[in-house]
Write a protein that binds this ligand. Structure first.
Ligand SMILES: [Zn+2]
Length: 367
């Protein structure tokens, strides 16, 4: 079983962007009516959008389940206000729920939160609860910078965020710390803003006692933790000077890195530096880097291939990275996989679990 913890619906049917464009255009008339509207997309359009992209790549690369969320760069929390963000998030999340209903063996859902600059994060609790309790989602993406590159929100360790964390703990869902597009011309979204944010979030976690207040709160820092693995000695030294706990201890139960690092040398460093217990397999396909590396002849984002090639860790650690750690960090995946085994149908049909969500079908023979 190989669980990819990082995938976005970057190939959604055009009607979603048409809706968003109209929503943004309507903001130019502040006195105009504000309605949620509809996004007319058929099941066949959803199938077409996935069969030649994410599903094809899953099959080709030999991965099983993708933790799937709305396109991150399109969250754009800085556009409009909290109502704009709520309607947009609800549509995006509903679409992810439909994907997961059509392909329950291939995708499991993570939601976008209706954040807005200057608005307290507790405003996101309703949508998080709707997604988890009603639609079977297993986590959320949390934008540490809803301003889109101007960093006007308090650090992630500030009590400002605590009401949302309390709900995450209650629901037992983790968050991937994931920024969106940048409206600051200094920061290219996927090339700079994303990696900056990953590094920034890690340093925030290092400097404060957030996890003393929330011992079970869990974050995934994507893109291999940004610059952190390369500068691990710097962060160890800073932690030591600041009388903070050793990094391994500080992140053990709370902070996890994915493997969205290209190329192989980056993965090798990540696996050498960061404890295997704190790494989740991720590829971010179809995502920021879609091309084929002319040096290798393979897709840049085929991170499974990189991990398969690494010889410095054993099979037991690779199993943790491919499956075990994801089941630990996302307990709702674990519950569903166990639920599917207990349905007693030989894995040919989907069962249901205690939380009412769909169970996955047959366990993969490789698991
Ligand atoms: Zn992403």
């Amino acid at each position: 079983m190989i669980i990819d913890c990082h995938g976005h619906y970057t190939t959604a049917p055009k009607a979603l962007q048409v809706y968003r464009d109209a929503q943004i255009a309507a903001l130019k008339n502040p006195s105009g009516p504000r309605t949620k509207g509809v996004v007319p997309i058929t099941d066949d359009e959803i199938r077409e959008s996935l069969e030649s992209a994410q599903l094809k790549l899953q099959r080709e690369r030999g991965t099983d389940i993708t933790v799937f969320s709305p396109r991150a760069s399109a969250m754009a929390h800085h556009i409009g206000d909290v109502e704009t963000s709520l309607y947009w998030s609800q549509h995006c999340n509903d679409l992810i729920a439909r994907v997961c209903a059509l392909y329950p063996n291939n995708f499991v859902a993570v939601c976008q939160l209706p954040q807005s600059p200057g608005v307290a994060p507790e405003s996101c609790i309703g949508e998080l609860e709707r997604c988890v309790n009603e639609l079977g989602f297993i986590g959320c993406n949390l934008n540490p910078d809803p301003s889109g590159g101007h960093w006007t929100a308090p650090p992630l360790t500030d009590r400002w965020w605590y009401p949302l964390y309390e709900k995450m703990v209650e629901l037992d869902v983790p968050a991937m710390v994931h920024v969106s597009s940048s409206c600051n011309a200094n920061f290219h979204a996927t090339g700079a803003h994303y990696i900056n944010a990953d590094t920034t979030a890690f340093m925030q976690f290092l400097t404060a006692d957030l996890f003393k207040d929330f011992p079970t709160l869990r974050f995934i820092i994507p893109h291999g933790g940004g610059a952190v693995p390369d500068h691990w000695g710097r962060y160890r030294g800073l932690a030591q000077d600041m009388k903070r706990p050793p990094l391994g201890e500080l992140i053990r139960h709370n902070v996890f890195f994915d493997t969205c690092v290209y190329p192989l040398a980056g993965i090798e460093l990540l696996l050498k530096i960061v404890p295997a217990d704190n790494i989740l397999f991720g590829s971010e396909m179809v995502g920021a880097v879609r091309g084929i590396d002319p040096e290798t002849g393979h897709y840049f984002d085929d991170t499974k291939r990189y991990i398969d090639q690494v010889t410095t860790i054993g099979d037991a650690d690779k199993r943790k990275i491919f499956e075990g750690n994801a089941r630990k960090v996302y307990p709702r995946i674990d519950a569903r996989l166990k639920g599917s085994r207990s349905t007693g149908n030989g894995g040919r049909g989907s069962g249901s679990t205690a939380d009412g969500a769909r169970a996955f079908q047959a366990s993969d023979p490789r698991s």
